[in-house]
Design a binder for this molecule. Structure first.
Ligand code: ALA
Length: 416
């Protein structure tokens, strides 16, 4: 049980931090990929039904468990589950609420660091005038998919990863109200602003304008035209439910942890629903109005629905190329906004993955805040290195060039 006294400074801060926990890279990269792989409009009804019937009730349950644990001085799932029952083994189930966050944070912070690097490269004009192959090669080089020698250490990627991890540790060590809450109050409004700008630019693209071959609204129609026959397809339901789990960050222990710091009299039903609906606004309205309409406008529907084209790597390999059609100034601005919004989406989620780990160290080992933040950072760094070196038992073939390359720090290989 903890003696550390922390809490949220305001209701707005709590809801923004909870929404920031949910809003992540999944809203802008995973959601469009799931939607196109599952038939666009065919996906939306199962997705919204899963949100209402499964997502919202799960949010309420996790908030309630968290607040109950917090009342007894527990801010991470092992202690919370222990406080709910006499069965001793429940606390070991709660350990999943620590390790899930650590393992997800290990790859998540790395992806987050790519977005920071790409903000920088958008500012310096690194993508200006580059062809699609050159931008793809730029990405491959950045993450270390380089043909040739065994020790292709992606120095720049590691540098940005260390900066990103340092920023996470710094914010976490400032505490909830002075760290996480301020980061969410800055990050979430900027993310929404950038998202609205990009969505408006995307949706006003007409065929024949700035290299577009279709109206962007074609992509929007693909996503929003309901197809009722999908309701009998279990595969679509499974994908929709999976996306709801991922996007709301349920089942991870991070919601429980944030909710453990609410005051006893705070309304959790309304706050939980507000954070959940804010995530859906960002995912469906903004996440659904950027990647799909822009890529349908430039490549057509057949390209978009072809397997493997829309996904995580498209955000880094293809979007900077498409922005070039808008002229150098708007392309740079769109790059900063696109990767900036991904960075804010990422960091507000990775902070929520760090807090349960820190809370566990603070509650059960009496480790003070700044030290527990550093320990979280050290674990994430070693997990990331561990994943890289365990993959580095051999070499892989570059899917673009067919040549062999080293596995070191290559997330591309690990996520295929
Ligand atoms: N909920 C977070 C996301 O969507 C993890 O990326």
């Amino acid at each position: 049980m903890s003696s550390h006294k922390e809490g949220w400074g305001s209701r707005v801060g709590l809801v923004l931090a909870m929404a920031g926990n949910a809003v992540g890279l999944g809203n802008f990269l995973r959601f469009p990929a799931q939607a196109v792989q599952n038939g666009g409009g065919a996906f939306i009804i199962p997705y919204l039904v899963s949100f209402l019937l499964m997502g919202v009730p799960l949010l309420w349950i996790e908030w309630a468990i968290g607040r109950h644990g917090g009342k007894y001085g527990y801010h991470s799932t092992p202690g919370m589950l222990d406080s709910m029952t006499k069965a001793k083994w429940w606390k070991y189930v709660g350990v999943f609420g620590i390790f899930t966050n650590l393992t997800v944070a290990a790859y998540y912070c790395y992806l987050e660091s790519w977005t920071l690097a790409y903000v920088w490269h958008s500012i310096t004009g690194a993508f200006e005038g580059k062809t699609a192959t050159e931008v793809a090669n730029f990405f491959n080089h950045y993450v270390g998919i380089v043909d040739g020698g065994f020790f292709n250490f992606p120095v720049e990627a590691i540098f940005f990863f260390l900066i990103t991890l340092g920023v996470n540790i710094w914010i976490l060590s400032r505490g909830l109200s002075k760290g996480v809450e301020i980061a969410s109050k800055i990050g979430m409004p900027l993310l929404i602003l950038f998202g609205i700008f990009l969505a408006i630019r995307a949706l006003t693209l007409d065929a024949g304008e700035q290299g577009a071959i279709n109206d962007a609204t074609m992509g929007l129609n693909f996503l929003w035209e309901p197809q009722f026959d999908s309701l009998t397809n279990p595969k679509v339901w499974l994908a929709a439910a999976g996306q709801i789990f991922f996007t709301l960050s349920v089942g991870m222990g991070s919601i429980h942890c944030y909710a453990a710091y609410v005051r006893e009299r705070d309304d959790i039903a309304l706050n939980a629903a507000s954070a959940g609906w804010m995530n859906e606004f960002v995912e469906v309205l903004l996440g659904g109005s950027i990647v799909i309409p822009i890529s349908v406008a430039y490549f057509g529907l057949d390209w978009v629905v072809a397997p493997g084209n829309v996904g995580l790597f498209m955000g880094f390999r293809t979007m900077p190329v498409l922005f070039q059609n808008w002229g150098p100034i708007l392309a740079a601005l769109a790059g900063v906004m696109w990767f900036g919004l991904l960075f804010f989406a990422g960091i507000t989620s990775s902070l929520a993955m760090g807090q349960p780990v820190m809370a566990f160290l603070q509650d059960h080992f009496k480790i003070e805040r700044a030290r527990s933040a550093k320990l979280f950072g050290a674990c994430v760094f070693s997990f990331r290195c561990g994943v890289s070196s365990s993959m580095d038992t051999g070499r892989s073939r570059n899917s673009m060039t067919g040549q062999e390359h080293s596995h070191l720090w290559c997330l591309h290989c690990s996520s295929r």
